[in-house]
Design a protein around this ligand. Structure first.
Ligand SMILES: Cc1cc2nc3c(=O)[nH]c(=O)nc-3n(C[C@H](O)[C@H](O)[C@H](O)COP(=O)(O)OP(=O)(O)OC[C@H]3O[C@@H](n4cnc5c(N)ncnc54)[C@H](O)[C@@H]3O)c2cc1C
Length: 307
């Protein structure tokens, strides 16, 4: 059986990702978008500085129109998070939280920014002394330790599963899980102790984290707390395939005017590609990135046909 290779896989279903999908699909490229529209930072907001939108318009409404537009021109959309990326020669392997895997000629990272904060006492004070925002970066420091992960989505569940390979005890604190059935089943089959319907009131500790005070009155004695709110962090995904970040702040993906990263075939657009964090910029970069990624994929196809 011939393996199906998608021309452009777009990670992120916000303004940047959806605009990229429209432009790539109109260039006759096959396009798959992975991501949840409701998790875009504009979804809950109201917009009044975006060209051609009169008055104050709900972000959710703009995104609903954008999603319909992207699918109308032929892009496929899977409302799920990407958990891992890999490169094999000129191809990219993308794994989603449902366990589905796709192969693509190009990757377009449009995951937005933000390490969301819990905003509870102890979080700021104990940062780097037991409080972490990145399981992939810091799991190794917690070998044989007791840890907790806080969050409801794929980043938290994937993070808790990863930590079972390091820590002696892993707790997951969530209000309620918002992940695919497949990921929820993996969690249920693991050793992670899940605390559902609760949230964190305080991170306790003097010089380092000693526990997590929950809003049901319970205290979990832990040595580390991983705050993993939202989807799998874009930075971890990008750096896992060798994409370079800006050298001054290491907080966004460096791109050129074609939205190319340092890795041929990988593009980035929107908030993840740096400030200003505005929809107009995200859409503009999405347009360029989608256009360029489709051209790149089409060039690869022509080259392999004439070889
Ligand atoms: C409160 C607030 C008000 C704002 N008001 C304005 C305004 O008035 N005007 C304006 O221009 N801008 C405004 N902004 C900024 C604007 O929301 C962003 O600049 C814009 O949404 C950036 O688009 P994006 O596509 O880069 O990222 P986002 O819109 O954040 O979309 C990111 C997408 O990536 C997905 N994603 C993340 N991780 C993964 C993963 N691992 N796998 C798959 N998908 C993933 C998310 O689910 C989401 O679909 C506001 C932002 C906020 C927070």
């Amino acid at each position: 059986m011939v393996e199906q290779i998608i021309d452009v896989v777009i990670i992120g279903a916000g303004p940047a990702g959806l605009q990229a999908a429209v432009h790539a699909a109109r260039k006759k490229a096959s396009v798959l978008v992975l991501g949840r529209v409701e998790n875009s930072s504009i979804y809950q907001a109201h917009v009044e500085n975006y060209l051609c939108v009169a008055g104050v318009t709900a972000g959710a409404e703009l995104l609903r129109t954008a999603l319909a537009q992207a699918t109308l021109v032929g892009a496929e959309v899977w409302p799920e998070d990407v958990l891992s990326l890999a490169q094999e020669g000129e191809k990219f392997i993308v794994k989603g939280e449902s366990g589905r895997q796709v192969t693509s000629r190009t990757l377009l990272i449009a995951t937005g920014t933000a390490r969301k904060k819990l905003k509870v006492p102890g979080e700021k004070e104990l940062l780097g002394r037991g409080v972490s925002y990145c399981v992939d970066c810091d799991a190794n420091f917690y070998r044989k330790a007791k840890v907790a992960v806080v969050g409801n989505e794929s980043a938290a569940v994937d993070g808790a599963l990863t930590l079972t390979k390091y820590a002696s005890e892993v707790h997951l604190v969530c209000k309620g899980l918002a992940v695919t059935r497949e990921l929820a089943e993996k969690l249920a089959a693991s050793s992670v102790v899940v605390h559902t319907g609760v949230w964190v009131k305080e991170i306790a500790g003097e010089k380092a984290v000693s526990g997590l005070v929950l809003d049901n009155g319970q205290t979990l004695a832990v040595d580390g707390v991983f705050i993993e709110l939202g989807a799998k962090g874009a930075m971890e995904l990008a750096t896992s395939v060798g994409v370079l970040l800006d050298t001054e702040t290491f907080s966004y993906i460096e791109t050129n005017k074609k939205q190319e990263t340092n890795i041929p075939g990988i593009y980035a657009a929107g908030d993840i590609a740096g400030p200003p964090w505005q929809m107009a910029k995200a859409v503009g970069e999405g347009c360029v990135a989608g256009w360029e990624a489709a051209n790149y994929a089409n060039r690869l196809k022509r080259a392999s046909e004439s070889a």
